[in-house]
Design a protein around this ligand. Structure first.
Ligand code: NGQ
Ligand code: ZN
Length: 478
């Protein structure tokens, strides 16, 4: 690292340890209910918004935003290590390629991961997320142990590496250690490739207790029962009770109803579809995030919407893995909560997830502007606000948009960029979401008030990029 880079690093680390109160004047800002004009944002030294006041006058003391201001986005579903082989499974590996043949390749890659390579991949990935406008991530973390299933000298080793990656980059994190015990319905024993993932229920609770003592300010813990395939009901109940004893508000995330085969197996074993089965057997409420929930019938959709849980939709991964399309209109019409995740990280782009979510509906229904609503005629407004609110709920952290009491996480569009210049704020957001070229229309990304990305650059992106390249090369060599 050059002397300059080291100095910049030290200054950034210092700023992150000693944040300052701040303020910003936004000509236009997307508040939880919609656009407002001449908004003054103020935050305290902890990076929490103390006031968000529309219809103010600009003053010379308060810096002016370079364009419309949006809430930072939560990425509600990430398996960080999978970024290390994104793009490398796009070839025919089986007669009939599917989610399941992809999973076999993914397991092979997961087998080779080490604490160092995990940290390098996650660090660079979290920088990519920040550059795309994600200010928080929910990390669904299951590669816990050594390849043969023995725990590391410190059983929290891999979890701590992920927390450290987040802390270095400045992104907010909800770390969700995964409970994984079986390889299918009917308590099937795990495959050799799954031994790294397995935790006994009491051990995962002990891990949470231990990690609770290490969490820095921008981090939160929750629990992720991997799926109905991987966690028997007794363990699920025991884990939920144990979690509630540690933290009654902690988020709970689970993969569910992603693939038709999983729905069929659940039906064969239990006589019930997966989402219905979960709702029948445990108390699903606003702490829950049901990741994917692609395959639901009408009644499941109605019940999930009524529960207050978040549907964790991962449009690019669901497209990449051939999962199916989440039927959004009936769920959203019933007030269902939802958010977006980049999951396998085939793509790391807020705008691409939102766009593809809407486009899936258009392709299926042969209509346009499917997810616009009476309150939000502009589709991009509805998408952005819906994903931001649901993501915040799934994260269990105070990141629910631009309002007092929430963290000062926001992104500023570049109002001078040729593709946005001269447009009204809602048109600028629509252009950013539906008609942009990557992230070059983002001027700035801030987390807890700190500017982490300016003009597309994060202070660590070069060093973290080099470490990522090295880690991936090592993993592909093995
Ligand atoms: C995962 N990914 O945990 O990484 C899963 C694959 C499984 C997605 N579901 C493993 N997209 O579901 O068994
Ligand atoms: Zn997943």
């Amino acid at each position: 690292m050059s002397a300059d880079a080291m100095r910049a690093d030290a200054m950034r680390a210092d700023a992150m340890r000693n944040p300052a109160a701040g303020s910003l004047f936004a000509g236009d800002a997307l508040l939880p209910d919609g656009w407002a004009r001449n908004v003054l944002l103020r935050w305290d030294a902890k990076g929490m918004l103390t006031a968000v006041t529309p219809d103010t006058m600009p003053t010379s003391e308060v810096p002016r935003a370079a364009g419309p201001v949006l809430p930072g986005m939560v990425n509600l579903h990430s398996h960080a290590f999978q970024r290390g082989f994104a793009g490398l499974t796009e070839f025919r590996s089986a007669e009939d390629d599917s989610f399941w043949s992809w999973r076999a390749l993914m397991y092979r890659f997961a087998q080779r991961l080490s604490p160092d390579t995990l940290e390098a991949i996650a660090t660079y990935l979290y920088i990519e997320m920040l550059r795309a406008g994600y200010t928080s991530v929910c990390e669904f973390h299951y590669v816990h142990h050594q390849p043969d299933g023995k725990s590391y000298a410190d059983p929290g080793e891999m979890s701590l590496r992920l927390l450290r990656a987040a802390e270095k980059t400045g992104i907010g994190i909800t770390l969700l250690p995964v409970l994984y015990q079986t390889s299918g319905f009917g308590q099937k024993g795990v495959l050799d490739e799954q031994r790294r993932f397995v935790y006994r229920t009491d051990a995962v609770l002990a891990l949470l207790q231990r990690l609770g003592k290490q969490c820095h300010g921008n981090a939160r813990l929750g629990l992720a029962p991997h799926s109905l395939r991987a966690v028997p009901l007794d363990s699920l109940r025991e884990a939920l009770d144990g979690l509630a004893a540690l933290d009654a508000q902690a988020p709970v995330h689970i993969h569910i109803a992603e693939q038709q085969q999983e729905v069929n197996q659940c039906l064969a074993w239990t006589g019930t579809r997966p989402v219905a089965w979960l709702l029948d057997h445990v108390d699903v409420d606003a702490r829950w995030c049901l990741v994917h929930a692609t395959h639901m019938d009408w009644d499941e959709r109605r019940r999930l919407a009524a529960s207050g849980a978040v549907a964790g939709i991962c449009p690019t991964t669901e497209a990449n893995l051939g999962d199916g399309v989440f039927e959004a209109s009936p769920y959203l019409e019933q007030g269902g909560w939802w958010g977006i995740g980049s999951d396998s990280h085939a793509s790391v782009s807020v705008t691409e997830e939102l766009r593809l979510f809407e486009y899936g509906q258009r392709l299926g229904l042969q209509r346009r502007n499917v997810l616009a609503s009476d309150a939000h005629g502009q589709v991009a407004d509805r998408l952005y606000l819906g994903a931001s609110a649901g993501g915040a709920r799934a994260s269990g952290r105070p990141v629910a948009g631009l309002r007092a009491g929430q963290q000062a996480d926001f992104v500023v569009l570049d109002g001078r960029h040729p593709s946005l210049a001269g447009l009204q704020a809602p048109q600028a957001l629509a252009t950013h979401v539906f008609a942009n070229q990557g992230h070059e229309t983002l001027a700035e990304v801030r987390c807890a008030g700190l500017p982490l990305v300016r003009a597309g650059r994060h202070a660590l992106q070069d060093s973290a990029g080099a470490a990522f390249v090295q880690a991936r090369a090592a993993l592909l060599r093995e």
